[in-house]
Design a binder for this molecule. Structure first.
Ligand code: GMT
Length: 378
């Protein structure tokens, strides 16, 4: 059955981690299916890059009128959403995060009319925000309860949302995904030589170095692994704890074996340099980088937390251990890297699992079904 092409507004944080990446990839995938996609964001989403047919970009301008102590970004966003919806005749707004985006979309809906539908995807940060500021609880609940549909990126996040916010409404499960045309193993033999000798293994950590990522555990895991096999460690990304990590590496005298690559755009190329990805986070509603690693055939050693066990299958595509158990994570890493047959099997299973369970086509289908449901399209 052929469905009408839709006009969809997408709002996300364009520069922030996995949620922005997933929102952008979803927009691209929808545009390829003939839908008209309008990004309404603070700046151009970083993975949007080149020109795409059917994709439009609308920048939110924040008013800095001198009486405002805090420029009202949320109101500017809601106004922009309503403006774009009216001018382009949008069918729906798909927003990523309840606060503030869903709340802004609900305001826009009040300005435009009830025919404009709101779909909200939860990425976990609303729950984290709640941990910091309980005063926001009711507005997060409003964002969720007044949306026409709500989705969560893992079962764990779905249950957490229900439990912590006392939400009874239906929430759809829409796992994050990768586009295997872009995220797949790359031949990086040349570049690998810059970091490691052929007999050495490469351990990698990629994050925004927020405390929740526990990047110091990565150093500890590496220190233990390096006592047992020749290896190097590559850190990718930037953030608040990077300087501490740097200091620790100096203190441990590991500087000859550790590289800091900073922010990198071509994530498939960078991940392909690695033999194992370390993700010892203490909170992770999904962990998109673990899925990107799997898609590149790189097994993941991670903490058994949040949504990670839903993508990293213990003993099949990587290994899981309790938060902070660096000894066990190191042990798993050594086992994995010292058995070539085991490694090959896990690496192949990683690619298969990422492609079969978390592919762009399957998840875009799911989102389309949700759009049809809220719009009453049979
Ligand atoms: O938490 C971050 O560091 C960034 C945040 C984001 O906005 O991308 O990540 C959250 O959403 C990602 C995409 O769904 C998930 O992969 C991350 O696990 C989630 N972060 C947390 O739950 C801490």
């Amino acid at each position: 059955q052929s469905h009408p092409s839709l006009k969809i507004g997408i709002t996300c944080y364009p520069t922030l981690g996995g949620s922005g990446v997933v929102a952008t990839e979803l927009g691209i995938s929808l545009a390829e299916r003939g839908h008209e996609v309008h990004f309404i964001t603070q700046s151009m989403p970083f993975r949007l890059g080149k020109y795409h047919q059917n994709i439009y970009y609308h920048e939110v301008q924040v008013s800095d009128y001198y009486v405002f102590r805090y420029p009202p970004y949320d109101l500017s966003l809601a106004s922009k959403m309503a403006q774009v919806a009216n001018i382009h005749g949008l069918d729906l707004l798909h927003v990523h995060y309840a606060v503030p985006h869903a709340v802004c979309a609900i305001l826009a809906k009040q300005m435009v009319g009830d025919h404009l539908k709101v779909v909200t995807t939860l990425h976990g940060t609303d729950i984290t925000v709640l941990g910091h500021d309980q005063a926001l609880k009711e507005i997060i609940r409003l964002g969720i309860n007044r949306s026409d549909a709500v989705t969560a990126v893992s079962k764990d996040l779905l249950q957490e949302t229900r439990r912590l916010l006392q939400i009874d409404r239906h929430i759809d499960l829409t796992y994050n995904f990768i586009d295997s045309r872009i995220i797949h193993p790359k031949d990086v033999t040349e570049h690998r030589r810059e970091y490691a000798e052929p007999h050495e293994k490469i351990l990698m950590h990629i994050s925004n170095f927020r405390p929740v990522k526990r990047a110091m555990d990565v150093v500890e895991i590496f220190r233990r692994v390096a006592q047992q096999l020749p290896c190097k460690l590559l850190f990718v990304g930037e953030g608040p704890e990077l300087h501490k990590v740097h200091a620790k590496i100096q203190e441990e005298g590991l500087q000859d074996r550790v590289f800091f690559l900073g922010k990198q755009n071509d994530i498939a190329h960078v991940i392909s340099l690695a033999d194992v990805l370390l993700l010892p986070s203490e909170k992770e509603s999904f962990g998109l980088v673990a899925l990107e690693a799997m898609a590149c055939g790189v097994p993941v050693v991670a903490s058994r937390v949040g949504g990670i066990p839903e993508l990293v299958a213990h003993g099949e595509t990587g290994y899981l251990a309790p938060i902070g158990d660096t000894a066990q994570m190191a042990e798993h890493t050594v086992k994995l890297l010292s058995d070539p047959d085991l490694y090959r099997r896990l690496s192949e299973q990683c690619i298969a699992r990422a492609r079969n369970e978390f592919n762009s086509t399957k998840i875009t289908d799911l989102y389309e079904q949700i759009y049809h449901r809220v719009l009453g399209i049979p």
